[in-house]
Design a protein around this ligand. Structure first.
Ligand SMILES: [Cu+2]
Length: 293
């Protein structure tokens, strides 16, 4: 005769053992495998592959550069009912302000050859455009859609420091340590901004640096890259109003300058080429990075 209590107890213990084992396997799998993020890949031949599925909310994406030149992508969301056609028309007309009026750009770093950078965005649902102009490959302009996330929202990362970019000033700490690694970039202004960071001498002044950059820009042959007077440490380029992004930045101890060289869309005359940059409005900040004590 079967002892029901025995069977029930046995079944209960069996289930508990099984659950424990499953839990252990799951925990092991999570430990053993590093978190994998969707990748935007610039392949060796310059072709770009985007993640297939995009959902709104906090999203970390890996930007991987397998080419031999810097990968400088741009990701932007169409706004105010604007379409790809509106964007392309403005681009063909070289209407810089018109292009910016059709989209909200998320901002992106420059990824060196052979490197990859993880970047976190707070994505809104909508229609997007991905752009890249690697000189070695045909220009890439890819549309994609971010769907509404109906699952659990992901938590935003905890930044070590915040750079709030306004018109026309960087609001950021000026004494950093080597442990300030996760940077949060927000655009609290009306215009698009960027943060480009260069190594400078200890006694460099804002006036002298501004002068050196203005001279470099004036001496640039149109259609060729500007030779900057200082060594670039990193850049996060083209972030529209109200966007947020997080990125790891590892800087050696030293003296640095952050500048924004984006044209003032209100004060510039793009037709005559009379461009006034945010730098000229004083969007420049000196800061130091010291070893963590
Ligand atoms: Cu700016």
């Amino acid at each position: 005769m079967l002892n029901h209590r025995f069977i029930r107890t046995f079944a209960f213990i069996g289930a508990a053992v099984l659950l424990t084992a499953l839990f252990a396997i799951t925990a092991f799998a999570q430990d053993a495998e590093e978190m994998e993020y969707p990748t935007i890949l610039a392949a060796e031949d310059g072709t770009i592959t985007l993640p297939e599925e995009w959902v709104s909310g906090i999203a970390t994406i890996t930007l991987q550069n397998d080419t031999e030149i810097a990968f400088e992508p741009a990701i932007a969301r169409f706004i105010d009912g604007a379409t790809m056609e509106d964007f392309m028309a403005a681009m063909m007309a070289q209407d810089f302000a018109g292009m910016l009026a059709t989209v909200s750009a998320l901002g992106a770093p420059s990824v060196e050859p052979g490197e990859s950078v993880d970047i976190t965005y707070d994505l809104q649902a909508g229609d997007y455009i991905f752009l890249n102009f690697l000189p070695a490959a045909p220009p890439t302009i890819l549309p994609f859609t971010v769907a509404e996330n109906d699952g659990e929202p992901m938590e935003a990362p905890e930044e070590d420091l915040e750079v709030a970019m306004a018109d026309f000033v960087f609001n950021m700490p000026t004494e950093l340590t080597t442990e300030d690694v996760l940077w949060k970039f927000t655009n609290v202004g009306e215009q698009t901004h960027e943060i480009v960071v260069f190594s400078v001498e200890e006694d460099a002044t804002v006036e002298a640096i501004t002068e050196a950059f203005m001279t470099a820009m004036m001496n640039t042959t149109p259609g060729t890259p500007t030779e900057w007077p200082y060594e670039q440490a990193f850049r996060f380029v083209g972030q529209s109003s109200n966007e947020t992004a997080w990125m790891n930045v590892e800087l050696e101890p030293g003296n640095y300058v952050a500048i924004c060289i984006i044209p003032d869309t209100e004060g510039s005359d793009f037709a005559t080429g009379e461009i006034i940059t945010h730098l000229e409005h004083g969007m420049i900040t000196l800061f130091t990075v010291s070893e963590k004590e």
